[in-house]
Ligand binder design. Structure first.
Ligand code: ZN
Length: 344
């Protein structure tokens, strides 16, 4: 028997196991959605157990800074009473302890005496509490919205998306640029290309309906909806060197390149692989002579752009750190990932 962190290729087996082990689960517990959601937060605490080359167990942990929680502890019926559930729980407990988590809570249906006995034998005690809960999303929203990232000013993030999922980039306060780069999950040497995109669209300002292409001329992203209408694909992400050359800055300055590199590194992306970024919300004006003037973005608070992934992607996004293109006020960016389907 082997226990290891969940990997993307486990999805079908995990979803099938959960549907078997939790047959009466409410619609809220939608395996594929719950898996995608977990991959954005402490994914290292999402574990699977393998036996005889088959996926036979799962456990999902999480630490909120006060307590740890455990969900989806499941073992295939044929493989029960072999210590697999116990081993999974031990690994989750170790992972939570490593994060400094002092206590674990979990919920079991009151009627499920067998499972209560399982946890009691692992040292869990029934506590006299009333379990309370509140839904923050309607069911259809919960199924569609997979993940939300909040980018503080002058920061970045990176994540994976599947083909047909939708990336929504939201300008939270208005007049804020966001740089986006992406790579094909299948082969990270395929990346979003400015030259190809400008070539095939025949224009510099990109908006609704435009397709963003890779260096191999494959569609990577399609702009589905655009509340702003003006974005370009001309500039490299701002960098320490840019601040030095353009503004004479000598001390360390937050910048999009460093934010992309540090967030994309765990996905295997190197600094040398990042060139021109898709400059979301960036507002440039071209003179007839071809000179470029950078103006404040046209985006107001809450404006967004939706990009549909045309292949499985690794994506990096920033809240840009520069003065000029953000009207001299660096603010935050939100990123939401939707499962696809009808767009909201
Ligand atoms: Zn920047």
């Amino acid at each position: 028997m082997q226990i290891r962190p969940y990997s993307e290729s486990d999805e079908a087996a995990v979803a099938a196991l959960w549907r078997k082990v939790f047959p009466g689960a409410p619609a809220w517990n939608h395996p594929e959605t719950d898996i995608q959601r977990k991959l954005s937060i402490q994914r290292e605490l999402f574990l699977v157990a393998l036996a005889d080359g088959e996926l036979v167990g799962t456990a999902m942990g999480g630490y909120d800074g006060h307590r740890g929680w455990v969900y989806y502890v499941a073992v295939s019926r044929r493989y029960r009473r072999r210590g697999i559930g116990t081993a999974l729980m031990k690994r989750v407990e170790e992972g939570l302890l490593r994060l400094g988590c002092p206590k674990i809570n979990l919920q079991v249906r009151a009627s499920n005496q067998e499972v209560v006995a399982f946890y009691e034998q692992l040292g869990y005690e029934i506590e006299e509490r009333v379990s309370m809960g509140k839904r923050l999303m309607a069911l259809d929203e919960s199924l569609n919205l997979l993940t939300r990232f909040h980018l503080e000013p002058q920061t970045g993030t990176a994540f994976t998306v599947r083909q047909d999922q939708i990336i929504r980039i939201i300008d939270v306060e208005g007049e804020q640029v966001s740089d986006l780069v992406c790579f094909a999950q299948q082969d990270m040497e395929e990346y979003l290309s400015s030259g190809h995109t400008i070539d095939y669209n025949g224009k510099i300002h990109l908006s609704t309906g435009d397709v963003l292409y890779s260096n191999r001329s494959n569609p990577m992203l399609t702009i589905l909806t655009d509340r702003v209408g003006k974005h370009n694909f001309l500039y490299a992400p701002c960098s320490q060197e840019m601040f030095r050359l353009t503004y004479g800055v000598t001390e360390a300055h937050p910048n999009c390149l460093d934010n992309l590199v540090s967030n994309l590194e765990p996905f295997g992306v190197k600094a040398s692989q990042i060139s021109t970024a898709f400059n979301v919300f960036m507002n440039i004006v071209l003179s007839e002579a071809g000179e470029i003037t950078i103006q404040p973005p046209l985006s107001g608070a809450g404006d967004w752009i939706d990009l549909r992934a045309e292949m499985d992607l690794v994506v990096g996004v920033t809240a840009c750190s520069t003065g000029a293109c953000n009207n001299y006020r660096c603010t935050s960016i939100d990123v939401e990932i939707y499962a696809g389907g009808p767009e909201s």
